[in-house]
Design a protein around this ligand. Structure first.
Ligand code: TA6
Length: 287
């Protein structure tokens, strides 16, 4: 299409990335983890946060952008947190452009040693770049007999002007597990959630769209989910930031995670032949 193109480049840490340029926006996707690290509409601020201390190495997660999380969410005895697909190379299967000047890329997880003990599954991740960033993860259980217990999450790090000026709207009345209070179950009382310390919450049974309101940058980022019942809200604040080696001590001020997934009580049990989808459309609007 006019103005749209895809190029293959060597990115940070020498890792291969796909640069997408359309008439309205640009995006970078590393094959490592099929990890979207950048999305920006021309003339506007970046939508995604990427730590200046992010590590780009095989086997290590990238701090920022959209980590693809599966087959489990959170810590796991003897294994890396948040599963193993974000730290292995994915394959670019298909590239295309649609009539409305969107670029469409489909990635597939190849066989990998970490999956050897798991029920056989196929994971495909589609990225559509245009006026919005649309992400779609599809996991299919292709095992002969075993059920696939599955948690998925698109762990999106959003760029904000200053966390002190940001509100997250759309979760009032929704139940959540408070990771900072023993995962006790609570109910959100605020229509506009503000941040004055570390926040780490897993909202459940929450299919609704969430908005990140950033008054200083005069924008609202709309996080519109499909087939997603979990919304995870995270800001590490000061002390946790200092404990993260791949994250600047002050970077908590310039990001918030609003993650779209199906985790904890919203996880799936896929029987052989069954698939699970998870999608999110991310778009900015003027305030
Ligand atoms: O976003 C929720 C969360 O589970 C937090 O508890 C924090 O650990 C964050 O994910 C980052 O996890 P990571 O393994 O990427 O450092």
């Amino acid at each position: 299409m006019a103005g749209s193109r895809i190029s293959f480049r060597t990115g940070l840490g020498g890792l291969p990335l796909v640069r997408v340029e359309t008439a309205t926006s640009t995006a970078d996707i590393y094959l490592h983890g099929a990890h979207v690290t950048h999305f920006q509409r021309h003339g506007e601020k970046p939508v995604l946060f990427l730590s200046r201390q992010a590590v780009f190495e095989p086997g290590k997660p990238i701090r920022g952008g959209v980590p693809v999380i599966m087959p489990w969410f959170g810590p796991r005895e003897g294994s890396p947190a948040h599963g193993f697909v974000r730290t292995v190379g994915w394959e670019l299967q298909e590239v295309g452009f649609s009539s409305d000047d969107c670029a469409r890329l489909r990635f597939r997880l190849p066989d990998c040693p970490a999956a050897a003990e798991w029920p056989r599954f196929v994971a495909e991740f589609e990225v559509i770049v245009g006026m919005a960033l649309e992400l779609q993860l599809k996991v299919t259980n292709v095992d002969d007999s075993r059920m696939l217990p599955l948690e998925t999450c698109l762990h999106t790090y959003f760029a904000v002007s200053d966390i002190a000026n940001v509100e997250v709207a759309g979760l009032r009345g929704v139940g959540y597990l408070d990771a900072l209070d023993g995962f006790r179950e609570k109910v959100e009382t605020e229509q506009a959630i503000q941040f004055a310390g570390e926040v780490d919450r897993v909202y459940f049974n929450s299919p609704q769209t969430v908005e990140i309101v950033d008054r200083q940058w005069n924008r609202v980022i709309e996080v519109a989910k499909t087939d997603s019942l979990s919304t995870v809200l995270w800001n590490p604040w000061i002390e946790k930031s200092k404990r993260l080696p791949d994250y600047g001590d002050d970077e908590y001020q310039r990001m918030v995670c609003v993650e779209s997934g199906n985790v904890k009580q919203n996880q799936s049990q896929l029987q052989p032949g069954q698939s699970a989808e998870l999608g999110v459309a991310i778009e900015c609007f003027d305030l």
